[in-house]
Design a protein. Structure first.
Length: 293
């Protein structure tokens, strides 16, 4: 049974818990919201799910109720007892760890080994994972980037983040929210905002609106790493967006050969926010190996 607002408030009071501002703790306290998130995650019985920031377990229980196999990760040791009491009866595996530093391969392979799934077939249905998370503002982007870079077995994500962050994750070229983060997401995945979440469903109530973003990993990254090294690609992308009001020929003067624009069919007077991930890939592939300095 998922937690109501009164349940959450009583648990906090009974155990003298103090939601941490440093950790961005805002606990979901609405059964309809957590069931909606579980539904939007499109889970099936037996599907492997990793939840980041399980908190008091309200969303965790909703995920487990779908029949999914859930691993719940929580960094705050003060929440471990109440989290385990809430979810372990539902067959949930609880792990105390920081999503920014944990070994993703070890975490996911441990569950695969325990259930007999093949660790080698990271992209097949037997061993792929879905990530579901209520992510605080200060770690949302770093966590998502780490998962995209380091956890290929995670083939889909449904994350609840602050609205401005969600808009950046899902932004497309030519929009105000589009930036280097949007390009990095597009390299690995497709992303879109699939819902809004009001402040009223959280304890304590935040001052911002949240959104739900679905990310689906591409079968192959958008730019062939054999042709363009990812480190080189994203160093150029960051350089472009560091001076987003400048034309690219000026913003990238130290990192891209001038002849690359014509070779890549890119207008040198365009701005960074006008280029898709494919455009960036062509530009860098044609841009030589010029380095800043």
């Amino acid at each position: 049974m998922t937690l109501t607002r009164r349940d959450v408030q009583d648990m906090i009071a009974a155990r003298d818990l103090r939601p941490s501002r440093a950790l961005g703790q805002n606990f979901v306290a609405d059964p309809n919201t957590v069931r909606r998130i579980a539904r939007l995650a499109d889970l099936a019985p037996g599907q492997r799910v990793v939840e980041i920031g399980a908190g008091l377990g309200a969303l965790t229980v909703a995920l487990a109720e779908t029949g999914a196999t859930v691993t719940a990760v929580e960094v705050d040791r003060h929440l471990m007892a109440v989290l385990r009491a809430q979810v372990e009866g539902h067959g949930v595996r609880v792990v105390q760890a920081d999503a920014l530093t944990l070994d993703w391969a070890e975490l996911l392979d441990a569950e695969n080994d325990a259930t007999g799934a093949s660790a080698a077939g990271a992209r097949d249905a037997a061993s792929s994972w879905t990530l579901v998370a209520n992510l605080p503002y200060n770690v949302a982007v770093p966590v998502i980037m780490r998962v995209l870079d380091d956890a290929p077995a995670v083939t889909s994500m449904l994350v609840m983040v602050q609205r401005e962050v969600g808009e950046r994750l899902a932004a497309v070229p030519g929009t105000k929210a589009y930036g280097a983060v949007s390009v990095k997401v597009a390299y690995h995945a497709t992303a879109r905002v699939v819902g809004r979440v009001p402040p009223a469903v959280f304890v304590p109530r935040p001052r911002v609106e949240s959104v739900l973003v679905r990310l689906s990993r591409r079968d192959e990254v958008a730019v062939d790493p054999a042709e363009v090294a990812p480190d080189r690609l994203f160093s150029v992308v960051r350089a472009g967006f560091a001076h987003r009001r400048k034309m690219l020929r000026r913003a990238l003067a130290d990192v891209i050969d001038p002849d690359a624009f014509a070779a890549a069919a890119i207008d040198p007077e365009a701005r960074a926010e006008e280029l898709s991930i494919e455009d960036w890939g062509r530009l860098v592939a044609c841009g030589g190996t010029r380095d800043r300095g």
